[in-house]
Each structure stands twice: as structure tokens, then as C-alpha cells.
Design a protein around this ligand. Structure first.
Ligand code: SF4
Length: 707
């Protein structure tokens, strides 16, 4: 496929849809830009890219504003001592401060005292080189990334059930062609608007949509049936649906016998979730649960799609198993136009977990504890398996213990803003302040960068080339359209320079194509096999689906049609039970808080809060509260209220809405300062995925004047 004469085909800097767009030069670029120069590109549609067909949400349309010098970091910054302000520095000074700090911490506390915190928005090349940098150049086991906060529960469950974790095991376009979609804990209308066209096409074909969400969102408004469970009870709902499916004879016994294992135990557990009990646990009327079961079971084909609403819980992994069990029992997995899928959120949420920045994984989605995988990777990295560190602690655990004996004493953060995005954020902020050395590489001066000892300004999406893997498992190529500012470097250049100063001049190239070629080689033979994917093929074919193990291989848009990736080829059904949320309501904290996103902002808001149009569309945080509850509390529309949990208090304006349950309040999590929702959220972890319970905690809401 040739480039348009006056533009460059690339992809949005934000979410996991990775919408295609064309960047057109508004004036010729002539080398690295001066600090005062405006971004010389504009966004245009790329109608041929199959995922979004030219459609972009407001974030994508305004993305070039991120390139303007006023919105971003333009030079390295260093802090001379505690309590002093960050000041501009040369790259040489900044990199030397990083290296001397690392050496000092490792000499005193050992190699694992230096931690690396990555991001689900980093390109595949960056995620790969960051993992290699941590384990080879730093020799530390302490690496994890903010994807732990995103889809780790779904990834853990899918790996156990199917033997291979790819968010969607089918292309998004299949959603339009199936007969029934059960969408759980996802507000696509606000998070990925261009994907709504698949639900529109589904409806036009007569397909049915069931939405499970405590809020009546714009997505739920499109549903044929909307179930509104109490937060933290999705697993009980899934078990209750399976109970009814068993009782009413909807189970596909032939499929279960031929393609699954473990059904007897799952059947036994589901029998304990009779409709009246599930109605009591979830608050969803039993007749609605029956209607949902019949709608889904009687559809010839169907899908369950989950997102953070169902996954960000201290039982997130078991909850996803509950939905997978339901799909398997009804024979709606491993067949065309049917399946379970996770709607990943971050831009490279899928690829970010495949290439080695996760605490327990090596590139190619191999396990860090598998001796064969360790041998394979160590050999290609030029070290011995004994030199390859073992698994480290998860993202929240690394933050929670930072600066304490036994925790990391220095941390390098790439492309993440945990001061806003981590749970119990006040505590996380304190822990980061306690570090001997905090280094942040980012595009913008984020809240986390404000705490750093050294800030390294990174190039961003349109200023560099690299691949990302969207929520379908389609590997796409973001292409450089403009030079970065003169004193800004790419993350690959930063890692390469740091590795060289640590005595690893070899093996850390700054050229993304060289890194991708190495990634292909290292991933070969692994679960996420990229060996046959090249920049040229991605360009020619509008992306390539992994696994793609050889040059001539067509890629794999649909998984599991013949067998699952488990040793016996069968999907594993896992017996799981409902359990309470980690923190229940009581007299002092009588309401449940759920958090989520709004249309105008992305993740911690570090980028989107700097874009004028997005800031104007959603200038500040708010607390959504039901009018009946507001009346009882003396809360008025637009007035400031406090939201207090056992961990802290956030302040935001009240927004009265009948679209939320009276026993639940909602806050978006994109803001810092007094309106930071994550000041309040609960870091209770899922025992398998180590996902914090972002999605539910007990709070009280009060008018500010009443405190
Ligand atoms: Fe970008 Fe996501 Fe919006 Fe598409 S839906 S334009 S990828 S933010």
C-alpha cells in the first residue's frame, strides 16, 4: 500500500482501538523542531483502515495538539536536592545523574533495589527493550507496568482457560456479524466511540445486545436488555446465569464433552446460585437474569465481552472465569462468530503485556519461570539463564513498598503516571517521595514527573516509528511524521544511552526497526509469535494478527476454532465462587464508589488535560449521584461534595443523575489534586492477577459545607 502523496498513515496516540489516521504536513519539516515551533501536521481520515474506517473520536481528532511545545517537556530536568525545584539540565548531566544514582543504590542495597515501571502505551519495541534493559543492563527482577492496573485479571483467566491470552480472539468486525453480544462493564460509547459502529451494525442485522453495568451509560442505552448489578457482584451474576442455563437445558453438552475439561466441578458450583439467591446478591431481578440467559443461549452465535468494570476487582480473575465458563457451557467459544473477549484499554494494552515488561513474563509472552523459556531468552540476550532474574513483585506492590527496607530504593518510570492512576494514590505519592532516586521519562510534565529527581523528555507518537498491538491482536505500525523537538529523545534512544553508560553498549539499539527485528527473533516459537511480521507486511496488509510464525504465514485473525492452546487442546473450566468485595459498606461508609472514564479524557489525563478542546469538553472531575440519595444527603447539583473512604477524601462537583443506582456513586479518574478519584480507591489485590480493586470501595458523600 502506497502512502498518500501528501500524508503519512499512522495511528492514534491513545486507546487500544488504535484508530488509523493520516497525518498531513501543513509545512515542510526541516530537522528537529525548535522549542517555539508549532506542530506542522494535521489529522485526516484514513478510510481504508478496517478498524475505524476513517472515524475518530475527539481525542484522535485533536491529537496533534500534543505535539505543540507548550503542551510537553522540551529539555531534561534535574533536582539538586530535597525541597529544591526541578531545573533544566543537559542530557549528559541528566543521564549521569541517573547512572550514578543507580550505581549508588545497587551498591548499597543490591540489584533488585532499582525498579522499572513501564506503561501499556509504550510501543512493542519500547516494551521489549525496557524489559531487556531491566533484566540485562540493570540485572533487576523489579519490573512491572501499569497494564497490571488494566487487563491483568482477564489475561490471567484467559491464559488459564484457553492457554493463550489475546484480548479478542477474533477481529472486531465479527461483533457486527454475531447474533448476541453480552457486554460486561464496558462503556464503549465513551471509551472507544468508533467501535460503536459494530454494535450499530449488529442491531441493524437484528442481533441483540445485553449490557451489564451498574450505570445506565450511553452504551447501556443501546441495549435490548440492561442488567444493573451491585458493583462487585458480576461473578454471582455469571454463576446465576449458568445455573439457569443448566436448569433450563441450554447447555451444549456435545461441545462441553468434546472441547472442554472441568465441567463437572463447574456445574456443581453453579447449582448453588439459584435465581433468588443471585437476585439477593446482585440486586438484578431474577426475571431479568432469566431473560438474559434465554436471549444469549438461544442466539445461534454469541460473544461475551468484558472490560474494566468486571475485571478491576479483588476477584477479577475469578469473575472472568465465571463469564468464560458461561460461554463454554453454552458452546459459544471456539466457533465462528462466538467467543469470549477482553476489550483492552490502553493504546498497547495487548502488546504491552507480550514483550517482557511484565513482572512474570519474557518476550513472546513466555513465562519467566519456564526453564526452557529462560534458556531460550538468555541465549539470545547473550547471558546465562542463571544471570536472568526471576519474577518480581506486581505494580502496586512495588509502589507500596518503594523506599522501605526490602522495597525498591530507586525507580525508573517510563510512560506512566502512577501518582494519578494507582489506587490509594496519597500513599503511592508518599512512597515515591521516599525513594533515593526517581527517574521519569515522559512526554509531558506529569504529576509523577513533578516528584522526580531526573525527568527525561521523550519523543511521542508522531515523532517516532514503532509497532503496537491493538485489542484484536492486530499489530499496527505508528509511523514518524515529524521530527521531535531538538532536546527531546526517543525512549529507545534513552534506554540505549543508559545501557551504554552501564557498560552494555551492545544489544540495545535505538533504531526501532532493529529492535523489532530482535523482538521477532526472540518471540519466535513463543505464544505471542511475531516472527513473520515485518514493517513492510504491516504496511501492505493494514496490520498483521499474531501469532504469525513465519514470513509466508497469513497471521491468525481467529483463534481456537480447531482447538485451544492448552496441552490437551481443551478449554479449562474453572470452578469459582462469589465472594464479597474487599470493603463492604457500613454506617460510616454507606455507598459504593465506582470509577471510570469520560469521553474527552484518556487514562490519568496527563495528555488529554493539556489539549484545549478536551479540557473545555470535560474541565473538571465530578461525582455522579442519584437524585434521591442527593436529597437525603442535602447535596445539590453543581455544588462541591467530598467523597471519603478509609484512605482519604476527594472533592468534586455533584452531578445528579437517575442513570446511577441510588446505592452507588461514580467518579472519573482522570484528574489530580483534590479531585483525584484514586485518593479514595482500594488497593486490595486479586490473588492471581494482582489487580487492585479499583472498581469498588465503600465511601460516604457529604456536601462540602457540612464537613
Ligand atoms: Fe484514538 Fe481510541 Fe479515539 Fe480511536 S477511539 S481516535 S484510538 S482515542
Amino acid at each position: 500500500m502506497n502512502e498518500p502523496a501528501d500524508g503519512i498513515r499512522t495511528h492514534c496516540p491513545y486507546c487500544a482501538l488504535q484508530c488509523g489516521m493520516v497525518l498531513r504536513q501543513s509545512r515542510p519539516g526541516t530537522g528537529r523542531r525548535d522549542q517555539g515551533a508549532a506542530a506542522p501536521v494535521t489529522v485526516d481520515a484514513w478510510p481504508q483502515f478496517p478498524v475505524n474506517r476513517g472515524a475518530l473520536c475527539g481525542k484522535g481528532q485533536s491529537a496533534t495538539e500534543l505535539l505543540n511545545p507548550a503542551a510537553r517537556l522540551g529539555t531534561p530536568l534535574v533536582r539538586d536536592g530535597y525541597g529544591t525545584a526541578l531545573r533544566p539540565a543537559t542530557w549528559d548531566e541528566a543521564l549521569e545523574r541517573v547512572i550514578s544514582g543507580i550505581r549508588s543504590v545497587q551498591a548499597e542495597h543490591g540489584r533488585d533495589a532499582v525498579g522499572v515501571f513501564g506503561g501499556g502505551g509504550l510501543t512493542n519495541e519500547k516494551a521489549y527493550l525496557l524489559g531487556k534493559f531491566a533484566r540485562v543492563a540493570l540485572g533487576t527482577s523489579a519490573i512491572d507496568y501499569n497494564g497490571r492496573f488494566c487487563m491483568s485479571s482477564a489475561a490471567a483467566a484467559v491464559n488459564r482457560a484457553f492457554g493463550l491470552d489475546r484480548g479478542l480472539p477474533f477481529p472486531l468486525a465479527d461483533i457486527a456479524e454475531t447474533d448476541c453480544v453480552l457486554l460486561v462493564g464496558s462503556n464503549l460509547a465513551d471509551t472507544m466511540p468508533p467501535a460503536l459502529r459494530y454494535l450499530t451494525q449488529l442491531a441493524e442485522r437484528g442481533g441483540r445486545l445485553i449490557v451489564v453495568d451498574p450505570r445506565h451509560t450511553r452504551t447501556a442505552a443501546r441495549a435490548d436488555l440492561h442488567l444493573r448489578p451491585l458493583p462487585g457482584t458480576d461473578l454471582a451474576l455469571a454463576l446465576g446465569m449458568l445455573h439457569i442455563a443448566l436448569a433450563e437445558g441450554h447447555v451444549d453438552e456435545d461441545f462441553v464433552a468434546a472441547r472442554t475439561s472441568g465441567f463437572a466441578a463447574v456445574r456443581a458450583t453453579a447449582m448453588e446460585y439459584w435465581p433468588a439467591r443471585v437476585e439477593g446478591l446482585t440486586g438484578v431481578p431474577a426475571h431479568q437474569i432469566r431473560e438474559a440467559v434465554r436471549m444469549f443461549a438461544q442466539a445461534p452465535t454469541g460473544m461475551v465481552l468484558t472490560a474494566r468494570g468486571s475485571e478491576q476487582h479483588s476477584k477479577g480473575t475469578d469473575t472472568v472465569h465465571g463469564w468464560i465458563n458461561l460461554c463454554l457451557a453454552l458452546g459459544k467459544v471456539g466457533r465462528p462468530l462466538s467467543g469470549y473477549g477482553c476489550l483492552t484499554g490502553q493504546g498497547n494494552g495487548q502488546g504491552g503485556r507480550e514483550h517482557g515488561q511484565k513482572a512474570d513474563q519474557l518476550p513472546g509472552y513466555r513465562s519467566l519461570t519456564d526453564p526452557v523459556a529462560r534458556e531460550h531468552t538468555a541465549r539470545l540476550w547473550g547471558i546465562t539463564p542463571a544471570e536472568l532474574p526471576g519474577p518480581g513483585t506486581s505494580a502496586y506492590e512495588m509502589l507500596d513498598t518503594a523506599g522501605t527496607p526490602g522495597g525498591v530504593r530507586a525507580m525508573l518510570v517510563f510512560g506512566s503516571n502512577p501518582v494519578v492512576s494507582a489506587p490509594r494514590a496519597d500513599h503511592v505519592e508518599q512512597r515515591l517521595r521516599a525513594l533515593d532516586l526517581l527517574v521519569v521519562a515522559d512526554v509531558v510534565r506529569s504529576e509523577t514527573a513533578e516528584l522526580a529527581d531526573v525527568v527525561l523528555p521523550s519523543a511521542q507518537w508522531a515523532e517516532e516509528t514503532g509497532t503496537l498491538t491493538n485489542l484484536e491482536g492486530r499489530v499496527v505500525l505508528r509511523r514518524k511524521a515529524v521530527e521531535p523537538p531538538a532536546r527531546v529523545r526517543t525512549d529507545l534512544e534513552i534506554l540505549s544511552a543508559l545501557a551504554a553508560r552501564l557498560g552494555r553498549a551492545e544489544g540495545f539499539p535505538a533504531d526501532p526497526r532493529l529492535v523489532f527485528d530482535e523482538l521477532r527473533t526472540v518471540s519466535a516459537g513463543g505464544p505471542a509469535d511475531y516472527a513473520g511480521i515485518s514493517y513492510e507486511r504491516i504496511t501492505e496488509e493494514n496490520g498483521v494478527f499474531w501469532p504469525c510464525p513465519a514470513d509466508g504465514h497469513p497471521g491468525t485473525p481467529r483463534l481456537f476454532l480447531e482447538s485451544f492452546a492448552t496441552p490437551d487442546g481443551r478449554a479449562r473450566m474453572m470452578p469459582v465462587h462469589h465472594r464479597s468485595v474487599a470493603e463492604t459498606t457500613d454506617e460510616r461508609y454507606p455507598l459504593y464508589l465506582v470509577t471510570g472514564r469520560v469521553l474527552a479524557h484518556y487514562q490519568s489525563g496527563a495528555q488529554t488535560r493539556r489539549v484545549a478542546a478536551l479540557r473545555a469538553a470535560a474541565p473538571e472531575p465530578y461525582v455522579e449521584i442519584h437524585p434521591s440519595r442527593a436529597r437525603r444527603l442535602g447535596v445539590l447539583e453543581g455544588e462541591p461534595v467530598t467523597v471519603t473512604s478509609r484512605r482519604g477524601t476527594a472533592v468534586a462537583q455533584a452531578r445528579l443523575s437517575t442513570e446511577i443506582r441510588p446505592d452507588v456513586v461514580f467518579m472519573p479518574f482522570h484528574w489530580s489534586g483534590p479531585g483525584r478519584a484514586n485518593t479514595v480507591t482500594n488497593p486490595a489485590l486479586d490473588p492471581v492477577s494482582r489487580m487492585p480493586e479499583f472498581k469498588v470501595c465503600a465511601v460516604r458523600v457529604e456536601p462540602v459545607a457540612a464537613r
